[in-house]
Design a protein around this ligand. Structure first.
Ligand code: LFR
Length: 493
């Protein structure tokens, strides 16, 4: 078959990217055409996404692609759990909140502790199989109960589905992202009707589900014109793994099945790919998630706070004009700093909201009886060591619970460029790390589109083989010398 030229819209919490790819069964070429900063916008009543601004940047990126050649299809992926509400005219009811907004603080705990709330942790896990994150869509909706927007809402669309709707006029719910809402039944693959009712959503507010690889719709004439397509052009928007982590794991260049992965960006998503969800009490107590992947796979993983902690710290230092705190200088100095001097629980809930991250890291160290890191270099070292330690703990837990070991850790996403973190990950996990591609999510996005257009890439194995053949990976061998067992024991205290 011939090569397809498709656009990937890959949205992260700190930047959005529009990429163009040419894909054939034997070639895969990805190029960034537009990148723009993203982030929460603080308004008087919350922390919001500038979703109309994101739509505008998508059109900028698509125009650039149209200006340089064919456009065969478009796919959109983004972070999970956030959504927009539409009224009966299909208009957006207010700006979508970011998942780091404080309105859900303590809410899930409160509802789960209250027998009258109707929510029960064990029941929830048995149905949805999700890690109990305070910002899961379920709790965001619970926080919105009684608001005018929710009362008027006819439709709830997850962000990639909302952006797809603005391009095509077609509404739906792509399955991988739906699986992150905690309103989705991990076993039956449908919306969890009882949870939908309990949280007070009218039936029908959650739109019909669609599979990755299905066609969402075709560009509306006004959109097609705005990006410079000739009149009458029919360009499909294809549903991909619209949850960025789903697309990133499609892009993991694994050769065998016994791999673990760290999808490393704002978050570190750390786990295994399985055929079936693990909904046991052991998995619930370990607080592991079972997110739906492309082709019916399950991502059995833990959300680890990720490079967000470092980037928020760097933001602070930059604001204060602290010298030597750009990423390059910082990482060079961190390499020479004493390893495993201080480790903290990097998943402490206090690290979730934006704010004074260096001070919070110091607090965590103090509380844990660890040496308190003082300089930016010591703090950054603490963050990286603690991330690697969390990967070790979580991957070993995942392997134990799933009854399946791993012989390699694939690190994909922007964090795969962080050589020190990759080395620490290999050391901590005791197996080799294969690093890259950095753009795994965009690659997973375009591969699923290409298959939908008829490119002969029958399954995940074929897609991964193509990524392997076209991308060079970094390799890190585990080095002895650091006492990770002792660090783990310190953390457990
Ligand atoms: C990563 C990610 C995670 C999700 C978090 C919040 O970008 O999608 O998988 O838990 O963002 O939506």
């Amino acid at each position: 078959s011939t090569a397809m030229r498709v656009a990937a819209v890959d949205l992260g919490a700190t930047s959005g990217r529009i990429m163009v790819a040419t894909v054939s069964p034997t070639s895969l070429h990805l190029e960034e055409v537009h990148r723009f900063p993203n982030g929460g916008v603080r308004a008087h009543d919350g922390l919001f996404w500038d979703v109309l601004g994101i739509h505008r940047e998508i059109l900028v990126g698509l125009s650039r692609i149209v200006a340089t050649g064919r456009l065969d299809a478009i796919g959109i992926d983004s972070w999970a759990v956030d959504y927009g509400l539409l009224d009966r005219d299909g208009r957006l009811l207010g700006n979508p909140y970011t998942y780091r907004d404080s309105r859900t603080d303590g809410l899930a705990e409160q509802l789960l502790a209250d027998p009258g709330s109707g929510f029960d942790a064990a029941e929830l896990y048995a149905t949805t199989g999700l890690q109990q994150l305070p910002f899961n869509t379920l709790w965001q909706v619970a926080a919105a109960r009684g608001t005018a927007a929710l009362e008027q809402a006819e439709t709830l669309l997850m962000l990639p589905d909302l952006l797809g709707y603005w391009l095509t006029g077609a509404q739906g719910a792509e399955r991988t992202n739906a699986s992150t809402t905690q309103l989705y039944d991990a076993t039956t693959g449908s919306w969890a009707a009882d949870l939908v009712e309990k949280v007070g959503l009218r039936p029908g507010v959650l739109p019909p589900l669609r599979d990755p690889g299905s066609v969402v719709g075709h560009l509306l004439p006004g959109i097609a014109e705005a990006i410079g397509l000739p009149e009458g052009a029919q360009v499909p928007v294809v549903a991909v793994g619209s949850h960025d982590t789903a697309s990133a794991v499609v892009g993991v260049p694994a050769a065998d099945e016994d791999f673990a992965y760290v999808s490393s960006g704002t978050w570190s998503l750390v786990g295994l790919e399985l055929d079936e969800p693990v909904l046991t009490e052991e998995a619930r107590l370990a607080d592991f998630t079972n997110e739906g992947g492309v082709d019916g796979t399950i991502r059995f993983l833990k959300n680890v706070m990720g490079l967000w902690v470092l980037s928020e710290s760097m933001k602070r230092w930059a604001e204060r004009g602290v010298p030597g705190t750009d990423l390059v200088s910082l990482l060079a100095a961190v390499e020479d700093a004493e390893p495993l001097r201080t480790v903290v629980d990097i998943n402490d809930a206090r690290l979730l909201p934006p704010g004074d991250m260096p001070a919070r890291i110091q607090d965590l160290a103090r509380e844990a009886g660890e040496p308190v890191p003082e300089t930016p270099v010591e703090i950054a070292r603490t963050i990286l060591d603690s991330l690697a330690l969390a990967y070790r703990v979580q991957l070993r837990t995942a392997a134990r619970i799933a009854g399946r070991g791993f012989s390699v850790v694939h690190v994909v996403g922007g964090g795969s460029h962080n050589q020190l973190l990759c080395q620490l990950t290999a050391d901590a996990c005791g197996v080799p790390v294969l690093a890259g591609p950095g753009e795994a999510a965009a690659l997973g996005n375009v591969l699923v589109q290409a298959r939908a257009l008829g490119v002969d890439l029958p399954d995940l194995a074929a897609m991964r083989a193509l990524v392997r053949r076209t991308h060079e990976l970094g390799r890190y061998e585990p080095a002895p010398g650091l006492d990770w067992d002792a660090a783990e024991a310190r953390l457990a205290r």
